[in-house]
Design a protein around this ligand. Structure first.
Ligand code: PLP
Length: 369
C-alpha cells in the first residue's frame, strides 16, 4: 500500500500484528547475545555491531527515504563516517562554508592533514557547480544554517556526478519530511537526529541514509570499528519520536513561516531570512525542492546587546543552541565565533506552541528590549 510521509513515519519499522505482542516493542539492552556455533548463526552477536532496537529505527528512517539508514551516536559521528572512509591523500573535497561548522572542523583538522585538498564554497548553486571539476566528494547543507542559503540539489548532483564525485547532503534542518535529497540525485543524506528527527531536545544521535547497499556496509563497518554507536534507549526514543514527526514538522514549519512574515513587517528588525519568503534569493529553488521549509528563521536586530535583551525578554522561547525541538529556542549565533553572521543575528527555531502565543511572546520581547 502506498502511503503518505506522516503515515510512514508512524508505522515504519514496527513489527507486524502478533497476538499479545506490544505494538511498540521496548528497547533491547544487550552486550553479548546467545550465539552458538558459527559467528553468523544469529543476526545479533555483540552489541557494538548490531542491536534489534537499531534495526527497528534504521528500518523506519530508511522507509522515509526508500533507502537504507545507519544509526550513529551523534550527527558528527555520522558525518565522519561519510567523509573519512571516502577521502584519502590526493582527493578533493568540495564543502560549503556557511553551513554547520562541524564539516569545516573535519575537513581542516582530520582530512587536510591526511593530504585531502579542501575547497570551501558558499551555498550557491553556481559556485558549487564551478568547484566540482576534479572533485572526489561534494558536501552541502541546504538550507545551510544559520544563514539559510539554499542550493539546487539536482544541479549540484549532476555536476558532482559529471566530475566522478559523490554528493552528500546534510538534511538535518528539513528532515526527510521536508526534503528528500536522494530523490534529487544525492548519494548520501546525513542527519543530526539530535534535532528535528527526535525533536524533544533530550538526546544526541545521528544517521546516514544511502541507496547503495555496499556503502551502507562501509558505514556499518566504520561504526563497528570506531565504536560510535547509539545507546539502545536513545535509539528507542528516536523511533518513538518519529511517530509525531509529521505533526511536528508541519507545526514547526507553519510557526516559523508565520514568524518570518511577522518579523518582515517590523521596522525594528533589520533583516529576515526564511526560504519561504519571496524575497529570499533562492526562494524559487527552495519552493521546488522542499515540501516543508522547516523550523528555522534567521533575523537581525540592531547589535549584540539588543539581541541579547530580546532573548532575555522572551518567556516562551529558551535561549539555547540546537534546533528542531518542540519547544521554541533561539540564540545569537555569532556568540560561537564560527559563523559569518552579524552580531545581532538570531537563529530562531520555532517549536510546536500555538502560533498566536509564539508571535505574542516575540512581539512583547521586541517591544521590551
Ligand atoms: C546541520 C547540523 N549538522 C550536524 C550537526 C552535528 O550533530 P550532533 O550535534 O548531533 O553531533 C549539527 C549540530 O548542531 C547540525 O546543526
Amino acid at each position: 500500500m502506498s502511503v503518505g510521509p506522516s503515515t510512514r513515519a508512524i508505522h515504519a519499522g514496527l513489527p507486524g500484528a502478533e497476538q499479545g505482542a506490544p505494538l511498540s516493542p521496548g528497547p533491547v539492552f544487550a552486550a553479548p547475545y546467545h550465539l552458538q556455533g558459527e559467528k553468523d548463526a544469529a543476526p545479533y552477536g555483540y552489541g557494538r555491531d548490531a542491536n534489534p532496537t537499531w534495526t527497528a529505527v534504521e528500518a523506519a528512517l530508511g522507509a522515509l527515504e526508500d533507502a537504507e539508514s545507519v544509526l550513529f551516536s551523534a550527527g558528527m559521528a555520522a558525518m565522519s563516517a561519510v567523509l573519512e572512509p571516502a577521502l584519502g591523500a590526493g582527493d578533493v573535497l568540495v564543502a560549503v562554508r556557511d553551513g554547520y561548522p562541524g564539516v569545516r572542523g573535519i575537513a581542516n583538522d582530520r582530512l587536510a592533514p591526511r593530504g585531502v585538498q579542501v575547497r570551501f564554497v558558499p551555498t550557491e548553486t553556481e559556485a558549487i557547480v564551478a568547484a566540482c571539476d576534479g572533485a572526489t566528494f561534494v558536501w552541502v547543507e541546504t538550507p545551510a544554517n544559520p544563514a539559510l542559503n539554499v542550493c539546487d540539489v539536482a544541479a549540484v548532483a549532476d555536476a558532482a556526478h559529471a566530475a566522478g564525485a559523490r554528493l552528500a547532503v546534510d538534511n538535518t534542518l528539513a528532515t526527510p519530511l521536508g526534503q528528500r535529497p536522494l530523490d534529487l540525485g544525492a548519494d548520501a543524506v546525513m542527519y543530526s537526529a539530535t534535532k528535528g528527527l527526535s525533536g524533544h531536545s533530550d538526546l544526541v544521535l545521528g544517521a546516514v541514509t544511502v541507496r547503495d547497499p555496499e556503502w551502507a556496509a562501509v558505514l556499518r563497518k566504520h561504526r563497528s570499528q570506531g565504536g560510535a554507536i547509539a545507546g539502545p534507549f536513545e535509539a528507542w526514543l528516536l523511533h518513538r519520536s518519529l511517530a509525531t514527526l509529521g505533526l511536528r514538522v508541519e507545526r514547526q514549519s507553519a510557526n516559523a513561516f508565520a514568524l518570518a512574515r511577522f518579523l518582515r513587517d517590523r521596522p525594528d528588525v533589520l533583516a529576515v531570512r526564511h526560504p519561504g519568503l519571496e524575497d529570499h534569493p533562492q526562494h524559487a529553488v527552495a519552493a521546488r525542492q522542499m515540501r516543508q521549509y522547516g523550523p528555522l528563521v534567521g533575523f537581525t536586530l540592531d547589535g549584540a546587546e539588543r539581541a541579547q535583551r530580546f532573548l532575555a525578554a522572551c518567556e516562551l522561547v529558551a535561549e539555547a543552541t540546537s534546533f528542531g525541538g518542540v519547544h521554541s529556542t533561539a540564540e545569537r549565533r555569532s556568540r560561537w565565533g564560527t559563523d559569518d553572521v552579524a552580531e545581532g543575528f538570531i537563529r530562531f527555531s520555532a517549536g510546536c506552541e500555538d502560533a498566536d502565543d509564539l508571535l505574542a511572546d516575540v512581539e512583547r520581547a521586541l517591544q521590551n528590549c
